[in-house]
Design a protein around this ligand. Sequence first.
Ligand code: ADP
Ligand code: ADP
Length: 217
Amino acid sequence: MIRFESVSKIYPGGFQALKNVSFTIEKGEMIFVAGHSGAGKSTILKLVAGITKPTRGKVFVNQNDLGALSDNELGYLRQHIGIVFQDHKILFDRNVLENVLLPLRIIGYDRKNAERRARMAIEKVGLGGRENAEPQSLSGGEQQRLCVARAVVHQPSLLIADEPSANLDRAYALDIMELFKTFHEVGTTVIVAAHDETLMQNYGHRILRFQEGRFSA
Ligand code: ADP
Ligand code: ADP
């Protein structure tokens, strides 16, 4: 489903975040991206989502060479991707339901359908009953669940998460990993980046380890 071919990424200013990286992720696979801060994890996820472009090499998603797609085509592809960002991006002036249904309204769903799907997503992440809650009344773990609900509300075939448990206590962090597993179990391809590798143990999924922009042992 995803293929990196000799990908290098040099940011404006000259910092080389990725150095000639090649790998493949199969459809339906759940995979972890590990490495210390600055290793290149976010860069990998941004390339997968077409948010940033490789300096050299190619990124393929569903056979599409992302570098060859028009903005429209990239936009269409993104409708099949769910992203949990590191910095939440929760709208604190809207309740849980409104946060989750907004992405659907943006891609053109009518209010009724958007609300039905949003309620399903909220239920799925274990926030059923909290639809009208203000985000600031949620715990850190619940806020992260809200972000997951928003990322999966359009039923993406690919779910990517950047440090989804960065600010959570260990028990909550493991809960979030379990939540991602439930999406993997129904066929979604899931990529989770995190610096804490102990969260990835006991799953038996592949771990892509990075160090200074290269694979490490
Ligand atoms: P990680 O997610 O593993 O912490 P990143 O992919 O975010 O690593 O970053 C890798 C390196 O690239 C870091 O040193 C970071 O400072 C640099 N970097 C990331 N994004 C940018 C950017 N937009 N402009 C310049 N440098 C960047
Ligand atoms: P991460 O560890 O996930 O990369 P950071 O806090 O390093 O998180 O980066 C947060 C955001 O800032 C990212 O979108 C990244 O692309 C951008 N960024 C990181 N380093 C730099 C940099 N040196 N110059 C410009 N933007 C950067």
